[in-house]
Design a protein around this ligand. Structure first.
Ligand SMILES: [Fe+2]
Length: 365
C-alpha cells in the first residue's frame, strides 16, 4: 500500500447535530473553507451508517440527541477506526458525561456557544492528529512487512547454511574414514542406529538433529591418530591403546571452536564412557554421561562387534544384540540396552535398507 502524504490527503469532516440551526450556522461559517470537505447530518441514526461507510478524517458531534447520543457516536467511531478523532459539542458541563467521553477516547470538547474560528482551529488540530496517526499506522504496517520479509530471507539463509553445514560434516567424516579402512561406513551406520534408538526414546526433532551430528562425528578425533595405529592388524600395545583412547577428547577439541551445541561436543567426548564408570576418558557414571553419548555408545559397540576386522571375527547380529543386553548396567545404560535388545528386529532393519537409513541422515526424518 502506498503511504498518502499529508498534502495529498482529501479530508472529510462529518458534523452531526440534531439542532438544524447550529448545523446551518456551522455550514455557513465553513463556506469557502479549504483543507477539508464538510459533510453534515441532523440525523444521528443516519450518522452511524455514515461512520460505517464514509471515508472520514474527523467527526464533530453534539452530545444530547434523541435515540443516539454523542457517547454512542464516539463508540461507533472507535469501532470503525481508532485513528479518527471525535470532537464533542457540549452544552452542559455534566462531569459524569465529560469523564465518560474522556474514557471513550474523545479528542476534544467544543463548548457551546463557540465561534467558527474556535471550531476551525479545533478541527485543523484534529486533522493533523489524524494524519499523524495515519502515517504512524502506515509506518507500522511497512515495518511489519519488512520484518516478515527479512524473517523469511533469514530462514532461507539458515536452511542454506544448514545444508552446507551438513555437507561439511559429511566431508569431515569421509576424510576421517579414508584413514581407517576397516571402519568405512561405520559412522553412518552408528548414526542410523542412534537415530532409530533416539526415536524409540521419544526424542524430539531438535534433539534427534543434535544426536545425528554427534553420532556422525563421534569418532572424528581418530583423524589425529596415526594411520599405522588405526589400521594395525595385530592387537594394540598399551602405548598404542593409550593413543586411540585420546580420540574422544581430540574430537571434542577439534569441534569446540566451531560453535556446536554442547550436547554434540559431549556426545563425542563421552561416547566411550561406561555406565558403571569403567570407561574413558573421564570415568563418568550413569546419567553423568550425556544421553546422546549413552545412545551412541550402544550403537557404536553394536556396529564394532558386527564389523569384520583382520585380527578378529565379527559377531552376527543376534549374538551382538545379546552382548549389548548382557552388558547393560556395566557398559550401557540399562534402559537403552533393554530397548535395543527388545526392539532389535525393527531397529536393525535400518541397516538392511541402505536407502532408508540414507534418508535418515537428511533433515526430514
Ligand atoms: Fe570411538
Amino acid at each position: 500500500m502506498m503511504v498518502k502524504k499529508a498534502y495529498e490527503m482529501q479530508h472529510r469532516v462529518l458534523i452531526i447535530d440534531d439542532d438544524l440551526a447550529v448545523l446551518n450556522s456551522i455550514r455557513l461559517g465553513l463556506e469557502g473553507q479549504k483543507g477539508f470537505a464538510a459533510i453534515t447530518t441532523d440525523d444521528p441514526v443516519r450518522a452511524l451508517k455514515m461512520i460505517e461507510e464514509e471515508d472520514i478524517s474527523t467527526v464533530v458531534t453534539d452530545v444530547a440527541m434523541p435515540q443516539v447520543n454523542g457517547l454512542t457516536i464516539i463508540k461507533a467511531v472507535r469501532e470503525r477506526d481508532e485513528k479518527i478523532p471525535v470532537i464533542l459539542i457540549t452544552g452542559s458541563s455534566d462531569e459524569w458525561l465529560l469523564r465518560e467521553a474522556i474514557h471513550l477516547g474523545v479528542y476534544e470538547f467544543l463548548k457551546k456557544p463557540f465561534s467558527i474560528s474556535d471550531f476551525l482551529v479545533t478541527v485543523q488540530q484534529s486533522l493533523e492528529t489524524y494524519e499523524l496517526r495515519y502515517q504512524n499506522e502506515m509506518y507500522k504496517t511497512q515495518l511489519q512487512r519488512l520484518v516478515s520479509e527479512r524473517t523469511t530471507e533469514l530462514l532461507q539463509a539458515q536452511i542454506k547454511l544448514q545444508k552446507s553445514y551438513l555437507n561439511t560434516i559429511h566431508a569431515m567424516v569421509n576424510a576421517m574414514e579414508v584413514n581407517d579402512v576397516y571402519t568405512r561406513g561405520h559412522s553412518e551406520r552408528v548414526t542410523a542406529l542412534a537415530i532409530v534408538l533416539g526415536k524409540e526414546l521419544k526424542l524430539n526433532m531438535d534433539e534427534l538433529s543434535e544426536l545425528r551430528i554427534g553420532a556422525l562425528l563421534h569418532d572424528l578425533g581418530k583423524i589425529g591418530v596415526i594411520t599405522t595405529v588405526l589400521n594395525k592388524e595385530q592387537s594394540l600395545s598399551e602405548d598404542e591403546y593409550q593413543i586411540i583412547k585420546m580420540h574422544p577428547e581430540t574430537g571434542a577439541k577439534i569441534l569446540s571452536p566451531i560453535g556446536f551445541a554442547d550436547s554434540i561436543i559431549r556426545t563425542i567426548r563421552e561416547h566411550h564412557e561406561w555406565f558403571n564408570g569403567a570407561g574413558y576418558p573421564h570415568g563418568l557414571t550413569g546419567e553423568e554421561i550425556h544421553l546422546y553419548a549413552r545412545i551412541v555408545s550402544v550403537a557404536d559397540s553394536f556396529d564394532a562387534m558386527t564389523s569384520k576386522r583382520l585380527y578378529r571375527e565379527n559377531l552376527d547380529y543376534a549374538t551382538a544384540a545379546r552382548e549389548i543386553y548382557k552388558n547393560r548396567e556395566q557398559q550401557f545404560d540399562p534402559q537403552i540396552a533393554k530397548i535395543f535388545y527388545e526392539k532389535r528386529d525393527s531397529i536393525l532393519q535400518v541397516l538392511s535398507r541402505p536407502k532408508a537409513w540414507d534418508e535418515l541422515l537428511t533433515l526430514d526424518l
